[in-house]
Ligand binder design. Structure first.
Ligand code: TYC
Length: 118
């Protein structure tokens, strides 16, 4: 015996997709809401002991700034107390902070590097 459906079929124009009885299957495209990733600034803080040349090297090697830009950023930090090295996604920013701190400690400098939500 064939099954008797408990509900009458929806009219074709009320269905979100599927087979409308015409032999054609339609697939509904649901737009995906993907938020852009949050960004984080990596900053260097001034201190009285880390040599300027070391800070310039850090800005070149870890943040890919050219010598001129690295020198300008270093001087800004020296005069204003802090400065932005770059803006990154969370994981990249955290890795940069770790690498910079490790390099500074290896070299015996007290340089501080932090990240902040941009
Ligand atoms: N103030 C340091 C000096 O006079 C230089 C310096 C610049 C240190 C930037 C840290 O993030 C820094 N030697």
């Amino acid at each position: 015996m064939p099954d008797i459906p408990s509900q009458p079929p929806l009219p074709p124009d009320q269905k979100p997709g599927g087979e409308d009885g015409d032999g054609v299957t339609t697939v509904e495209r649901v737009p995906q809401k993907t938020e852009p990733p949050r960004l984080y600034q990596v900053l260097l803080l001034n201190d009285d002991f880390t040599p300027m040349e070391f800070v310039v090297m850090v800005l070149q090697e870890y943040f890919r700034h050219d010598l001129d830009t690295a020198t300008q950023i270093m001087l800004k930090i020296h005069h204003e107390g802090r400065g932005v090295c770059g803006v990154f996604t969370k994981d990249v920013a955290a890795t940069k902070v770790e690498l910079v701190l490790a390099a500074a400690r290896r070299a015996g400098h007290p340089l501080q590097c932090i990240m902040e939500a941009a």
